[in-house]
Design a protein around this ligand. Structure first.
Ligand code: COA
Length: 333
């Protein structure tokens, strides 16, 4: 029988600089009250100029490996929409800087769903016998793609990285991931987009416009799809696992907006106090948001051994994905 992928370590890293809502209100037409009431966000971490996604990923990866009590992995998967470069992928650099030169290493591009997609890819590597231990990182320097004049995106996104270590194990042990549900709807591709820098813009006669390297977002469309897609995807994995909603101890959803987190919990019928949230302190960290929330919950005693946990994400693409696990003991932490 093929091996299951078992979560055995978690860690995160946030750049030290904190930007409060009041600081943003000093730069653009917004207020702390508007941001808190519409998003639940109070502050976010922002990387210093010159800091790249791999810099954050290496720190988070090292912490996850330490939590797993290991210093090696034979594959590294990095989920990001802000890679260090369009080419090569960011993961090989992360692997080498962690002393893992020689490991299989690649990036996953599924925007804010990227971490769940990366978990699924890593699970596939383990079950196919390609890797016995995989470091899975979600990392973003979102501040590099935010238009400083766009108040709808600037107030939401933050920078950060989170990581987990998966090892080969048994399907019925705590930490075993699965089942997975993944999906996409490319008809909504322009709801969240960075127009420039890829073959579509470079292959056209039109040069990139001044704002085309920034992210654009249709907030209300994204909001509506986020709740619908995460709820449907969550129900799908619960049904496949034979778990009842009432069995869930914790829901760790993509930290996009506190109102999305609340509405998802309400739609699923999960009490809101079971929905893990750290968005007030970190904002939306894209592909990093779920592992950053997991590491934060571990640090604050918000995840107990044996807890039945739902992970569910939504992002640009449009894309979405969910999985389940029982929270494992973390020996190295
Ligand atoms: N400060 C003050 N006012 C703002 C603002 C800000 N930061 N951002 C937008 N507004 C204004 C708008 O211009 C609009 O003004 P108008 O009525 O004069 O035209 C008003 O607030 C309402 O805008 P609207 O877009 O309807 O607000 P909203 O309640 O939908 O909130 C978002 C906007 C972006 C916070 C919300 O749509 C959202 O969170 N969407 C999901 C985004 C997300 O999760 N993205 C990542 C997914 S992976």
């Amino acid at each position: 029988m093929s091996a299951a992928a078992v979560l055995c370590g978690v860690g995160s890293y946030l750049p030290p600089r904190v930007v409060t809502n009041d600081e943003l209100a000093g730069r653009m037409d917004t207020t702390d009250e508007w941001i808190r009431s519409r998003t639940g966000i109070g502050r976010r971490h922002v990387a210093d100029p010159g800091t790249a996604t791999s810099d954050l990923a290496v720190e988070a990866g090292a912490r996850a490996l330490k939590s797993a009590g290991r210093d090696s992995a034979d594959a590294v998967v990095v989920a990001t929409m802000t890679p260090d470069h369009p080419c090569p992928a960011t993961a090989p650099a992360v692997a080498s800087r962690l002393g893992l030169t020689g490991a299989a290493a690649f990036d996953v591009g599924a925007v804010c769903s990227g971490f769940v997609y990366a978990l699924a890819a890593a699970t596939g590597l383990v079950s196919a016998g390609v890797a016995r231990r995989v470091l899975v990182v979600g990392a973003e320097v979102n501040s590099t793609v935010l238009d400083p004049a766009d108040r709808s995106t600037s107030v939401i996104f933050g920078d950060g990285a989170g990581a987990v270590v998966l090892r080969a194990g048994e399907p019925d042990e705590p930490g075993a991931l699965g089942p997975f549900d993944l999906g996409s709807d490319g008809t909504g591709a322009d709801h969240i987009m960075i127009a420039a820098g890829g073959s579509r813009q470079r292959g056209s006669d039109a040069p990139a416009g001044p704002g085309d390297a920034y992210m654009t977002m249709r907030g209300q469309e994204v909001f509506r799809h986020a709740v619908l897609r995460m709820a449907a995807s969550s129900r799908s994995v619960l049904a496949e696992a034979g778990w009842d909603v009432a069995d869930l101890d914790r829901v760790v959803s993509h930290q996009a907006n506190q109102r999305i987190i609340n509405q998802l919990a309400d739609d699923l019928g999960v009490p809101r106090d079971r929905a893990v949230s750290n968005i007030e302190r970190v904002g939306n960290t894209g592909a990093a948001s779920i592992p950053v929330a997991l590491a934060d919950a571990v640090d604050r005693g918000g995840l107990d051994e044996g807890d039945r946990v739902l992970l569910t994400a939504f992002g640009g693409g449009l894309s979405w994905g969910s999985t389940l696990l029982r929270w494992p003991p973390l020996d190295g932490s």
